[in-house]
Design a protein around this ligand. Sequence first.
Ligand code: ACO
Length: 324
Amino acid sequence: MSELRSHIRGVGGYLPQHVLTNQDLAAMVETSDDWIRERTGIRERHIAEEGELTSDIAVEASRLALERAGIAPGEVDLIVLATTTPDQTFPATATAVQAKLATGEGAAFDVQAVCSGFLFALATADSMLRQGLFRTALVIGAETFSRIIDWSDRTTCVLFGDGGGAVVMQAEAGAPGAGGGVIAHHVRTDGTKSGLLYVDGGVSSTRTIGHVRMQGNKVFKHAVANISSAVQAILDDNGLGPDDIDWFVPHQANQRILDGVAKKLAIDEDRVISTVAEHGNTSAASIPLALNAAIEDHRVRPGQLILSEAMGGGFSWGASLFRI
Ligand code: ACO
């Protein structure tokens, strides 16, 4: 008897053209290139143009992923889009992507788990493909995070950027337990910590969009602890050690978080993909954007074992294991 397994067929990414540097920010708030680089590793970030929507960014990334997969939009029957910055309160931004790409008959919906959203979307799409509910999925992380930033708050405005990444996944029958494709997920949330990282507005509470608020140093400590526990759990569950992983493709929040996790778990830093300097924190988009960058520069190659991890508002956090 064979079992269904999700396989990644193509990866794409898109960054808005406009680049906002640390020097640009130093002209807007009391900060400096030195402070931002030393505390975060970030040098610059991309910012969406006025009128450029999350769905537009998602569509660009998806087109590239589909083209690389050699799969026509009409074959896609599932779109799961992770975002914290939807085009509208409803309908789901994934449905705008469905319309703009003219994908096939199927389902499209959004997932909201902030910076961990891509891992939650990947786990959701993988489950649906394995059940045989759909055959070809687009899993997207896309954000216009700049729209919920308070540009006068130096403690948050230096951290974030806009962008999008997408993977195309297809269900394929294979022998039970056979390696390859999407292997495992570990996702968690802790609602008691929501006050440390949140947006101070919302449809039901204030009827406004609100801005990101964060107690950065507290978030930092939880991020290293939660990410490390998720990575350790997924390694243990699958009988693996850090040396079995070809590449770690983490959520790109802060270089110090990446380094802290690598140190805690004795992960070789040379096998950690970092795009934080050029992208900043693009929330749900950061993992597929980093994966895309590492495929484009030929570090990540077909057949390699990838471990992704993330932590974000909620708190939400997790890890995923897959072969590319
Ligand atoms: N420029 C200059 N000074 C600043 C800036 C800035 N942009 N921001 C804060 N400061 C000042 C503070 O006001 C403070 O000054 P004080 O000592 O006079 O009070 C001083 O720098 C130190 O502030 P801390 O918040 O303690 O600095 P820290 O070393 O913790 O760095 C940072 C702040 C970069 C936000 C860090 O805590 C961090 O990265 N936390 C993780 C948060 C994160 O990445 N969140 C994203 C979402 S969650 C996720 O993706 C994992």
